[in-house]
Write a protein that binds this ligand. Structure first.
Ligand SMILES: C[S@@+](CC[C@H](N)C(=O)[O-])C[C@H]1O[C@@H](n2cnc3c(N)ncnc32)[C@H](O)[C@@H]1O
Length: 186
């Protein structure tokens, strides 16, 4: 089914199993449609394969994921198979960076708080002034307080909060922590 973004968000379900979840409704209905310019979306899967269609300029939507098996779900315009830390060593700055769904799950590759903080700081450095950063965690193995503390302990603390909330996507999901902030907003 082609994703039709003229429909109300509740009727857009491209991947009904994921797209009806509260966190996805926010990402797909509120966050991505507001992004213009160059976007870096870290981490992909089958339920993110249409995300380039939701931003203002799909051709400027870049994805990166270290797992080659999910490369087919990356942006058709720009996708890199790399660890985000290594990728940022050679990447330019972006107007918007999203780091959502990488941390806090039982199966998350990176669990070390210092490493997560390092990634957040590096991502924030790569956001252009006036741009935004989106950070979101699952709270299977991180608490909501842990996640908030990472924002407070990283350079994201300097961002102007555009949105910050927790939600429980479904009965079987643990809570999700979301943070969206603007860098040096005027
Ligand atoms: C839950 S999935 C999809 C996350 C996606 N951003 C979303 O909207 O749900 C997490 C993905 O992040 C990737 N990932 C985890 N740590 C990463 C890292 N340090 N660099 C690049 N990709 C990473 C994994 O390979 C996996 O495909």
């Amino acid at each position: 089914m082609k994703y039709d973004n003229t429909l109300p968000i509740t009727e857009r379900h491209k991947h009904g199993d994921q797209s009806s979840l509260v966190d996805r409704l926010w990402i797909e209905g509120k966050y991505l449609p507001q992004l213009s310019g160059e976007v870096l979306y870290v981490g992909v899967n089958y339920y993110t394969d249409f995300y380039h269609e939701l931003v203002k300029d799909p051709s400027l939507f870049t994805t990166v994921d270290m797992d080659v098996k999910v490369a087919k779900y990356g942006s058709p315009y720009n996708h890199y198979v790399d660890n985000i830390e290594d990728f940022l060593e050679y990447a330019d700055q972006y107007n918007h960076i999203s780091v959502f769904g990488l941390f806090g799950c039982g199966h998350s590759v990176i669990k070390d708080r210092k490493v997560i903080l390092g990634i957040l700081n590096k991502c924030y450095d790569h956001v252009k002034d006036g741009g935004t950063i989106h950070f979101g965690t699952s709270t299977d193995i991180l608490s909501v307080e842990d996640s908030m503390d990472m924002v407070r302990s990283s350079n994201l603390k300097d961002a102007k909060i555009l949105s910050s909330f927790t939600c429980k996507p479904s009965q079987i999901h643990s809570e999700v922590f979301m943070f969206w902030g603007a860098k040096n907003a005027t």
